[in-house]
Design a protein around this ligand. Structure first.
Ligand code: MSP
Length: 603
């Protein structure tokens, strides 16, 4: 049994996951599921990078005094998001866990033992977005181009790691192993960076409360990247990792710093680091300030996890940059999932139901077709081995296209009239194509394939099942259930940035009455309010404490959005949102001009 250990980056917890994070995680999941289906011994690790200054800042912004409590609440959200996406990780690491801190301390001591750590003074710029030191020439208009943040000028005592000592060995390793960094363009980027020379890196910072302390020196905290990379060593028995999936933003940490650390500590290097491109949304960088962060939960609710998984992988060639839009998602759903895949499966199952009483008819296996399909499946295997997930998925959909063509050209509906054997041959072969689809799609769309396997009355347990036409005559199949519903695509002439009336109407805005208002211990900004609507009360955690004394709010008619997803603020579940005008530092709650019945809808 081959071993396959795959990782995603561990994500920062200053925000909730967006589709960019989902992208890496879904691809890792597809590869993990594929290797499992193939019979490999898989370990799939993902998790969270919690020991960052960003965590402390975000906890402060959200009024959490206890940073660990903030981290715990964020971890719940990330785990929840991955559950929605059906992510089959084997372990979920959080860098605040003791099992991780222990590994970091051990690692630190190990390279200290190699005399690769020394104390020095660092003077230069630090970008808190990157959590890394930056140089003048990396800035654009004085700001870090990735985070649009001005770096801080820092002069402090740090522990340094002798990374420069390992430059030649890292360089040689990359040159000798073309597959080590993929795709090619990223490999070249790292090579030219290394050829320009390599400096030592500072691996600790003084005066940070949050984070892992340097062994033997509690005045210094381990640099968050040094700490985070070590997460990959968690399943020690599986080391080295077979694939580290990352995006191009964190290439150098993974392809230069991490190999240097491993060489120093005397561990093997990972087999491959694959850096994919960046997703934009409607052509723009995903960012909170642009307001284009799409909540994956919203997409899943609307389209299902499998459709989103399909789209993420299919739309953007893995390795390239790409764009996300719901419009494009709907087009793929309609044109490929519904029209090609869904249509083929449905017509085959319907035909067997209506013309052959729900049992696969006896007939002749088309050996040429079986061999063709086996060849196609082998090609898909090769693509998946090379992490070419987009091409693999495209080839799978092409199998459904081939099925439709086969069905169409054999015209079984006519053959049934002129002589059933020909129709039976056609259907026997088609149902076997459906099975090939059910197996090959399983890593990509696990829930859909589970449903489909039920309809086929089959258990899918191994990838090899995709290569044989072994469904026999008499095998009963279920009535078909529609796998993908078509959705309307938008009017393409709509102007960018405008919202349709249907979208506006999705907001449920009501008039309510504040019946209770109290401050939240430990929070300067938030108040806990109870709002009475028609026959129900809801809790709203509102950031108005500095603008309204609680008493003043009681009895006030307010305008609330009642169908927003609940969020936890300062540990309290907020079930609706009050609308307010925010004029710089001034906040004025919206109200109505004449009193109206509680629960009245705002239209
Ligand atoms: N915590 C570090 C990683 C430490 S790994 C030892 C970090 N975290 S992050 O939350 O910023 O996540 C970065 C990763 O998220 C990217 O490498 C990529 O996998 C994913 N993505 C975040 N935004 C993305 C896009 N817009 N597009 C594609 N992937 C993106 O860096």
């Amino acid at each position: 049994m081959a071993k396959f250990y795959i990782t995603t980056p561990i994500y920062y917890i200053n925000a909730v996951p967006h589709i960019g994070h989902a992208y890496t995680t879904v691809v890792a999941d597809v590869l993990a599921r594929w290797h499992r289906l193939r019979g490999d011994e898989v370990f799939f690790l993902t998790g969270l990078d919690e020991n960052s200054v960003k965590t402390v800042e975000a906890a402060g912004e959200q009024d959490f005094e206890d940073i660990q409590a903030y981290a715990d609440s964020m971890a719940e959200m990330w785990v929840g998001a991955w559950r929605l996406f059906n992510i089959s990780y084997d372990d979920f690491i959080r860098t605040t866990q003791e099992r991780h801190s222990r590994n970091v301390r051990e690692f630190f001591k190990r390279i200290q033992g190699r005399e690769d750590i020394y104390k020095g003074t660092y003077e230069g710029l630090y970008c808190e977005g990157c959590e890394a030191y930056v140089t003048e020439d990396e800035l654009v208009d004085g700001k870090c181009p990735l985070h649009q943040r001005e770096p801080k000028l820092i002069k402090e005592e740090n522990y340094f790691f002798k990374l420069s000592k390992y430059r030649d060995r890292i360089l040689k390793h990359i040159e000798a192993n073309p597959g080590f960094i993929q795709p090619e363009a990223r490999r070249n980027e790292v090579l030219s960076f290394l050829r320009r020379g390599l400096k030592d890196v500072s691996i600790s910072r003084p005066g940070l409360e949050w984070g892992i302390k340097v062994p033997g020196d509690s005045t210094q905290t381990v640099w968050v990247w040094f700490d985070a990379l070590i997460n990959y060593m968690l399943p020690r028995d599986y080391w080295p990792a077979d694939a580290h999936l990352i995006a191009k933003d964190i290439l150098r940490f993974h392809c230069v710093v991490w190999p240097g650390m491993l060489l120093s500590a005397g561990y093997e290097l990972p087999r491959q680091i694959f850096a994919h491109g960046f997703l934009t949304v409607n052509g723009q960088k995903i960012s909170k300030s642009l307001g284009n962060v799409i909540d994956p939960a919203y997409l899943i609710e609307k389209y299902s996890a499998d459709v989103v998984r399909y789209f993420l992988i299919r739309e953007v060639s893995f390795g390239q940059d790409g764009d996300f839009s719901e419009e494009k998602l709907r087009t793929r759903l309609n044109d490929e999932l519904a029209d090609v895949l869904g249509n083929f499966v449905h017509r085959v199952l319907t035909f067997i139901q209506t013309r052959f009483g729900g049992k696969v008819p006896g007939g002749k296996i088309d050996e040429e077709l079986e061999a063709e399909l086996c060849g196609r499946v082998e090609e898909i295997e090769k693509l998946l081995d090379d992490l070419e997930v987009t091409q693999a998925l495209e080839r799978i959909i092409a199998i459904a296209g081939r099925g439709n063509e086969y069905f169409q050209s054999h015209r079984p509906w006519e053959a049934v009239k002129s002589g059933p054997p020909k129709a039976a041959d056609c259907l026997l072969n088609c149902i076997n194509i459906v099975k090939t689809l059910c197996v090959t799609l399983q890593p990509f769309m696990p829930s859909t394939c589970e449903k489909l396997a039920e309809q086929l009355n089959l258990r899918i347990t191994s990838w090899g099942q995709a290569k044989k036409f072994d469904i026999k005559a008499g095998h009963p199949v279920q009535k078909p259930v529609i796998l993908f519903k078509k959705l309307q695509t938008q009017n393409p002439s709509r102007q960018e940035g405008l919202v349709s009336i249907e979208d506006f109407n999705k907001l449920d805005i009501r008039i309510g009455n504040v019946v209770n208002a109290e401050s939240i211990p430990g929070s300067k900004k938030l108040l806990k309010l109870e709002v009475e609507l028609a026959g129900e009360r809801r809790v709203a955690v509102a950031g108005v404490a500095e603008h309204y004394p609680p008493k003043e709010l009681i009895g006030k008619q307010v305008v609330v959005v009642v169908n927003l997803e609940p969020v936890r603020l300062a540990g309290i579940k907020s079930e609706c949102m009050l609308l307010a005008a925010v004029d710089g530092m001034k906040i004025s709650l919206l109200s109505v001009d004449k009193p109206v019945k509680l629960g009245t809808k705002v239209e």
